[in-house]
Ligand binder design. Structure first.
Ligand SMILES: Nc1ncnc2c1ncn2[C@@H]1O[C@H](COP(=O)(O)OP(=O)(O)OP(=O)(O)O)[C@@H](O)[C@H]1O
Ligand SMILES: O=C(O)C1=C[C@@H](O)[C@@H](O)[C@H](O)C1
Ligand SMILES: [Mg+2]
Length: 192
């Protein structure tokens, strides 16, 4: 297992751009994103949560009532708004990065980090919850695998990649993302 330090805020690190976590359902965008924001002492935003808050109902209810196309339009608007704020950690919904205009906006204003995970890891994380409307099918694992295959070419367009592993805790994944951001010059040490 990857070693990591306790979860104290590391104020010596400065985030230069919004960091947008992309990838499949269950990759850990929300969980890792929140922990990463705490570590860096910056705001955490989650496009799914923003949409739910604005609509005052769950994503499953929005899909059922207004349809996926409506949800995708709101998702694109929310991400565009979050990118205009001060550099923060922004977790997206699993389908957000498929939209070319959203990809362009992220590239223009921030940096996309793909949390890359294989089907077994993703399935182990999503199988216990039925909150994700796209997985309400007869064979949700196959649906997840099909989505992963169809979406991988889009996720591959992300600026940076952080590989998820089953033996990496949320805090260990924060370490992985921090290393990736430092290597790319998005996260810098403040001069002493
Ligand atoms: N590295 C990890 N170690 C252990 N559990 C994790 C890890 N990353 C995520 N999890 C857990 O896996 C589940 C799914 O994670 P999360 O909700 O963050 O995924 P997501 O990428 O935001 O998915 P979605 O696209 O559906 O919003 C959660 O219960 C979360 O706590
Ligand atoms: O992968 C997806 O398309 C989705 C993932 C979730 O984050 C939600 O945005 C919603 O359930 C759709
Ligand atoms: Mg999420």
């Amino acid at each position: 297992m990857r070693e990591h330090l306790p979860t104290a805020t590391d104020c010596s690190l400065v985030l230069l751009k919004p960091v947008v976590l992309v990838g499949m359902m269950g990759a850990g965008k929300s969980a890792v994103g929140m922990a990463l924001s705490k570590r860096l002492g910056v705001m955490f935003r989650d496009s799914d949560a923003e949409i739910e808050q604005a609509a005052a109902c769950s994503i499953a209810e929005i899909f059922a009532r207004d349809g996926e196309t409506f949800f995708r339009a709101r998702e694109a608007e929310v991400i565009a708004r979050l990118l205009r704020e001060a550099p923060a950690i922004i977790s997206t919904g699993g389908g957000a990065y498929l939209r070319p205009e959203t990809r362009d906006l992220i590239t223009g204003h921030g940096v996309a980090v793909w949390l890359r995970a294989d089907i077994e890891l993703l399935w182990s994380r999503v199988k216990h919850k039925d909150t994700r409307p796209l997985l309400r099918t007869e064979n949700p694992k196959q649906t997840l695998a099909d989505l992963l295959a169809a979406r991988t070419p889009s996720y591959e367009m992300a600026d940076l990649v952080a590989d998820c592993r089953p033996d990496y805790s949320i805090e260990a994944m924060v370490d992985v993302v921090i290393d990736v951001l430092k290597d790319a010059g998005i996260l810098t040490e403040t001069p002493v």
